[in-house]
Ligand binder design. Structure first.
Ligand code: CP
Length: 329
């Protein structure tokens, strides 16, 4: 499939529609129609990539800036490749080598990047709320690539896309296991899966359960065996030690003994239950190698699917005719 054919297929699936938003800061920003549109275009990009194609010129002449103030392997590589597959010029800036180290505020850094005519700014930051704050300061669309404990919307979207491939529109019984309190992926997943009608469960030590999580429609369990009964999907959440989560459990060894996903635990879920993890994975601590490398584990598939999902999102945001108002004019 060449670029021209790809564009024809995308335009047909898009049917003149645009996302209802010009930034993606939170899953709350997206309507059900937005999510459907994003997934139908992701399917087309996926078919394109599966044919062995890597480059199309849909975003030739556009600039994407990945501004990562926190460590990342998969999100940064995936946004960079997604932009390059679309033939955009992609620049990566990391906090450790940016002028933030010399005292520049993140707002001024973002305004500087905006003045370079950036067409998309992908932001990762350890502070919750940074992408929202920057979305009010710059003209370029903003994508939240993870902000503190708050949200990581594209990670949730690529997982939902992967589950949709496996289960179609089924409303799944879905279990989170582990440190939900510090997990921004959990923040986006709960918002997304409620929109998709999933039945959500969480099992974790009491100290790692977000306050009032039941009000968001999540059923809380304290006993992992009970929580696993009859679930279609199990998502292992890493203990987020970079956010001092180690202080919320007596010992890491005890946490792992009680919550690590091992084959015996997985056997308590439905027969065809799938295993998920946003990564990075801590082998033998939050998930056992036998589970991670089992056929029902979708971790690698999620990474593969991150490309078409982020290509679709970048294309939709950059070609959205709804321009943001320049806050400085
Ligand atoms: N899932 C995720 O955000 O991984 P990285 O920190 O490697 O980007």
């Amino acid at each position: 499939m060449k670029s021209a054919q790809l564009l024809t297929n995308l335009k047909k699936a898009r049917g003149g529609k645009n996302l209802s938003v010009s930034d993606l800061v939170s899953i709350n920003d997206l309507s059900s129609t937005d999510i459907k549109l994003l997934f139908s275009l992701s399917e087309i990009f996926k078919k394109f990539l599966e044919k062995g194609e890597k480059k199309c010129d849909l975003l030739r002449g556009k600039t994407i800036i990945n501004f990562f103030n926190e460590n990342s392997t998969r999100t940064r590589a995936s946004f960079e490749l997604a932009g390059k597959h679309l033939s955009a010029d992609v620049i990566n800036i990391s906090g450790s080598s940016s002028s933030g180290r010399k005292g520049e505020t993140i707002g001024d850094s973002a305004r500087t990047l905006d003045a370079l005519n950036s067409n998309l700014l992908v932001i990762r930051d350890s502070n919750a709320g940074t992408p929202f704050q920057l979305s009010k300061l710059v003209c370029a669309p903003i994508v939240n690539a993870g902000d503190g404990w708050h949200e990581h919307p594209t990670q949730a979207l690529l997982e939902a896309f992967t589950l949709r491939e496996r289960f179609g529109q089924r409303k799944l019984k879905y279990l989170f296991v582990g440190d939900a309190l510090h997990s921004r992926v959990f923040g986006s997943q709960v918002r997304l899966y409620k929109k998709l009608g999933y039945e959500l469960r969480l099992v974790a030590p009491a100290t790692l359960i977000p306050k009032d999580v039941e009000k968001f429609g999540v059923e809380v369990f304290y006993e992992i065996k009970k929580a696993l009964e009859g679930v279609d999907a199990i998502h292992a959440i890493r203990l987020q030690t970079e956010r001092a989560a180690g202080k919320f459990v007596a010992t890491g060894r005890e946490y792992s003994k009680n919550y690590c996903l091992n084959p015996a635990r997985v056997a308590l879920a439905k027969k065809d239950a799938v295993i998920l993890h946003a990564g990075p994975v801590i082998r033998e601590f939050d998930i056992r190698t036998e589970v991670l490398e089992s056929p029902n584990c979708l971790v690698q598939k999620m990474v593969e699917n991150s490309l078409p999902v982020r290509m679709a999102l970048a294309w939709l945001l950059i070609t959205n005719p709804k321009k943001k108002i320049n806050p400085w004019k």
